[in-house]
Design a protein around this ligand. Sequence first.
Ligand SMILES: [Zn+2]
Length: 430
Amino acid sequence: MTEARDLLIRDATLPDGRTGQDLLILAGRIAAVGPALAAPPGVPTLDAQGWMVSAPFVDAHFHMDATLSYGLPRVNASGTLLEGIALWGELKPQLTQEALVERALQYCDWAVAKGLLAIRSHVDICDDRLLAVEALLEVRRRVAPWLDLQLVAFPQDGVLRSPSALANLKRALDLGVEVVGGIPHFERTAEHGAESVRLLCELAAERGLRVDMHCDESDDPLSRHIETLAFHTQRLGLQGRVTGSHLTSMHSMDNYYVSKLLPLIAEAGVHAVANPLINITLQGRHDTYPKRRGMTRVPELMAAGVNVAFGHDCVMDPWYSLGSGDMLEVAQMGLHVAQMTSQAQMRACFDAVTTNAAQVLGLDGHGLDVGCHGDVVLLQARSPVEAIRLRATRLAVVRRGQVIARCAPAQAVLDLPGRGPATIDWTLQR
Ligand SMILES: [Zn+2]
């Protein structure tokens, strides 16, 4: 692990609005938070200059085995989910472990520089060689000092539809992959989908593992596997350990049915993960106009008491050509697509890429409370809303009390005719 260090951060604003706060990190853990803390001798200081300190960003849903492969072996012409899956199938036989590791490590560098210090990545286990699994286990080991990488055994081609998928999935778990994945809406029939949810939840219960399924990533309002996932979660006592990812069919479902469904999800303690950039890009592709947005019902899930996080899902891969590991871009898109524009809702979008996502992963010690890990991000913003608006520059990224990334403040120098030089940073000067 990163060597546990001491650090005193002076004059920070906290996400809850408190200003003039110091954070003392001792031996890699937050030891005190408050105004004008006494500096123990020999502890280095970082002057926050009033900018906001936040717990690190957490990505609750990603595909690190596919990332940065854009254009290999060709680009997705239709832009649809199904062509993306087909394209990934073309790419898989050409993958080498070395190239997988190299691309994933490059992405982890991008992530860390954006203050993204924990990622749950699905890893496709349908290739009998388990090349991607071995590659990402190696990446997990190598990045562990600065980034928590949690892996999900993901049967991309369907755990029942693909002949060796179940055996491969168990092998991946034996190798150290820690979460059970699934894709019920991609199985051959709705019955097979339901059967896959049952057997995968039972497998997780037997092994004491968490579950995260790609669930109902479809515009089909009758794709209702989330109901089955909530049922088995409750039946097997897996509350708090199961996640339904995407849930896009809920966008198109009948309102009456959803009014029954949301309390069932909440009662089962199932986490929901929306992937705003990818959902708005891939869903509604079979519509003419009006075109559905396709993202799941985020504010309604939150109001029902469900923990909702946002994931990046893809960066430069067969499904999505853009992205840079910036969870504030994800939060910004989620805010727009869900029309979460009140102050409380905008702050909830910030939580969706920090604290809520940390709950999905079951991370210990994520936060700004005394006793949490000394992992923080200094943002060039004074509130969570301003951070989203500006996709704020990460002035410093701290892991276990050690500054591991820095970025120069974003600013422009104006020299307007007749006005003389001025410096702006797009924050309100009051
Ligand atoms: Zn995904």
